[in-house]
Design a protein around this ligand. Structure first.
Ligand code: UD1
Ligand code: UDP
Length: 364
């Protein structure tokens, strides 16, 4: 039986790879082996637990305030013995993280074919998101098989010369994940807090936003919450120490803003589903917002998910304080503007991406 080594290491990769792991395990037609690098620790552990996926290998690499080069080197070194021991027929990686890059490179060095899930996303700017735009381009360059979530992603790959016969448009497996997490009868204290007023969910963590751009966004949110006391802003804070420091300094102590530890994905998806507005610089949250039909402002200058902007459910807001404030305020006060963004078509997938990828893997 074909052996497929799935390597991932962060929360977003786990949320998007676990549905595929479960699909492959359910079918039993190929042998999936799961190796997590542990680029993330508690975030990864929580995401795996939500899907009840246990890893066959945990390289436990995370360090506080880890550097890109240090982590890349650690991943490469630690993955070598796993690849030697498992000798898989294929290595599957996801997205654009340091783990993704290192795992693809380690496999490439051993002439093991690489399959890239969520291939072909591009902003066209190596500095945004940094370093993810490089990671995804480099991984696509050395991948044999590309699982593109959308037609746009496929077009990006074709434009770079990727062989079209080895690209499959599957939808994003992140949309599959929602089937495991959403509950109609969901209750929690965080949801009670949101339900006291107009519910807004905020997430921030991008490296290129650290410093001035993040300060501007945080100042906009702080003013908004002060000027609109009916808002209830919930922000699960990313554990990156630089993010935590900035978020707690700017938003701490305001009554209608609640800062929490990162949430497990079941809790988080159920809160997103009930939000009036989502504010985020995340990649995955953009897709989830579109799938849930909840208007979202993308707190970045560029997005690799332009399909969501075109479909109308996402709005690129940048990071300028006044612009972010004005766009949020309009969506919160102008019912017609909000209605125009809600329940727009979801271009990111229909919830069956894992099955399509599994079909391909069975027949390679
Ligand atoms: C990485 C990914 C990014 C993804 C993000 C998701 C790269 C290059 N970037 O961001 O694409 O959007 O993860 O969150 O791989 N930390 C903890 N516990 C955890 C996780 C992180 O304490 O469970 C802290 C650690 O101090 C760690 C720091 O956060 O050093 C940053 O984590 P890291 O994975 O390096 O984050 P990014 O590279 O910013
Ligand atoms: N997420 C979560 N708990 C949180 C915040 C986010 O489970 O407190 C999930 C979110 O639903 C999405 C994923 O984490 O599935 C996105 O991760 P992140 O924003 O860290 O990374 P990105 O998608 O930007 O790479």
């Amino acid at each position: 039986m074909k052996r497929i080594l799935l390597v991932f290491g962060t929360r977003p990769e786990a949320v998007k790879m676990c549905p595929l792991v479960l699909e492959l395990r359910r079918r039993g037609t190929v042998q999936p082996v799961v190796c997590v690098t542990g680029q993330h620790r508690q975030l990864l552990r929580d995401a795996l637990a939500a899907f009840q996926v246990e890893a066959d290998y945990d390289l436990a690499l995370m360090e506080q305030a880890q550097s890109l080069d240090g982590l890349t080197a650690a991943c490469l070194t630690a993955l070598g013995p796993v690849l030697e021991r498992e000798a898989p027929d294929l290595v599957l990686v996801h997205g654009d993280t340091t783990t993704t890059l290192a795992a693809a490179l380690a496999a490439f060095y051993r002439h093991i074919p690489v399959g890239h899930v969520e291939a072909g996303l591009r902003t066209g700017d190596l500095s945004a998101p940094f370093p993810e735009e490089f990671d995804r381009r480099a991984v696509d360059m050395l991948s044999r098989y590309a699982f593109a979530p959308t037609e746009e992603a496929r077009a990006n790959l074709l434009a770079e010369g990727f062989d079209g016969s080895r690209i499959w448009v599957t939808g994003n497996t992140g949309i599959d994940a929602l089937a495991y997490t959403l509950r109609k009868d969901y209750h929690s204290p965080a949801l009670d807090f949101l339900a006291e007023g107009v519910p807004v969910v905020l997430t921030l963590h991008r490296r290129e936003s650290l410093g001035q751009p993040m300060q501007e966004v945080l100042a906009a949110v702080r003013s908004l919450a002060a000027d609109m006391p009916e808002l209830r802003v919930l922000c699960p804070v990313h554990p990156n120490p630089q993010v935590r420091e900035a978020v707690y300094a700017a938003l701490g102590g305001q009554e209608n803003i609640r800062l929490t530890e990162p949430m497990d994905v079941t809790a988080f998806h159920n809160l997103l589903a009930r939000a009036r507005l989502i504010l985020t610089d995340s990649g995955g949250v953009q897709e989830e917002a579109a799938a849930l039909g909840v208007p979202a402002l993308v707190l970045r200058g560029k997005t690799e998910r332009p399909e969501g902007i075109k479909a109308g459910g996402l709005l690129l807001a940048g990071t300028d304080r006044e612009t972010v404030y004005a766009r949020c305020r309009r969506l919160l006060e102008d019912e017609a503007a909000w209605q125009a963004m809600r329940d727009r078509p979801n271009p990111f997938g229909d919830g069956h991406a894992s099955a399509r990828i599994a079909d391909v893997l069975e027949n390679l």
